[in-house]
Write a protein that binds this ligand. Structure first.
Ligand SMILES: O=C(O)CCC(=O)C(=O)O
Length: 272
């Protein structure tokens, strides 16, 4: 699988860097991109500890009012943007953001922030795309990308803990092709993978005895809202911790233009 190593890559002028160009080409051609070494391992280890402390109750094999079972022993949940999770290196990582803005436009938003937790014994997930075809039409597969999922694992995604199997190029398919094999990447701690909302993928079983939390971020063009994954009253797409909005900068505030009443693409201006 094609991967882009960001270790030591300067965050100055990233948009025009060779790494982001290669990652963007891969994303457009294959419907996914893997970015290695975007965060220090110690930062992810600290997030893992924080997750286990704050979200202990989500490690039980039971669907809650504010979570959704998305496969046997696999749960989708929201995460509050605060403390370690409110760090812009996480939700607006410079490597991720440079790629997001290249493929979705400079006015891309963070539409949702949460985790998919795959518990020990989780089964192979159904093969799916993250959203339905735009306009419910085959034209959707010909269009530029409108939204993507970025997955940041808190423990390594691998054969033992489970990973996300991905069908390269499937963002251009009208339906899933059973006879095409998937690719199953290993994603080390400190690395992440993004896939187009149209790309077919499936979580693989967790064969270990520890939960595999994978932080996910949905980035989207400013007009798009995920129409299928949020249907329970208790679910939240975004939750801001105290002081989070005040901590936003001219660079990160436009990611929340849908929440803060900022005209998409305008100079960031906080009105809320
Ligand atoms: O658990 C995973 O690896 C993938 C989860 C996923 O794709 C989903 O729930 O939409």
């Amino acid at each position: 699988m094609m991967r882009v190593d960001c270790r030591g890559v300067s965050t100055e002028g990233l948009a025009d860097s060779e790494q982001i160009r290669v990652a963007s080409d891969c994303y457009i051609k294959n419907g996914y991109a893997i970015l290695d070494n975007i965060l220090p391992e110690a930062k992810i280890a600290a997030l893992h500890v924080e997750f286990q402390k704050l979200y202990r109750d989500y490690l039980d094999d039971v669907e809650r009012d504010d979570s959704v079972e998305v496969g046997k022993s696999r749960f989708l949940m929201h995460i509050r943007l605060c403390d370690g999770f409110g760090d812009p290196m996480v939700y607006a990582n410079p490597y991720v953001l440079a790629l997001v803005r290249k493929v979705l436009g400079a006015d891309a938003i963070l539409e949702a922030f949460g985790a998919v937790v795959s518990l020990p014994g989780s089964a192979p997930q159904h093969v799916h795309a993250d959203g339905p075809a735009l306009f419910n039409s085959e034209i959707s597969s010909l269009l530029p990308s409108h939204a993507l999922t970025f997955a940041l694992p808190l423990i390594e995604m691998n054969e033992t803990h489970g990973s996300t199997a991905i069908w390269a190029g499937s963002q251009r398919w009208a339906k899933h092709k059973e006879d095409v094999p998937s690719e199953v990447p290993t994603i080390p701690v400190g690395s992440g993978m993004m896939w187009d909302f149209r790309t077919y993928h499936s979580g693989t079983p967790n064969r270990s005895n520890q939960a595999r939390p994978m932080i996910y971020m949905t980035y989207a063009r400013p007009w798009f809202r995920d129409p299928v994954n949020f249907w329970k009253e208790g679910q939240r797409r975004l939750m801001f911790g105290a002081g989070f909005v005040e901590s936003l900068t001219d660079d990160t505030r436009p990611l929340f233009s849908q929440m803060l009443r900022i005209a998409p693409g305008s100079e960031a201006e906080k009105t809320g």
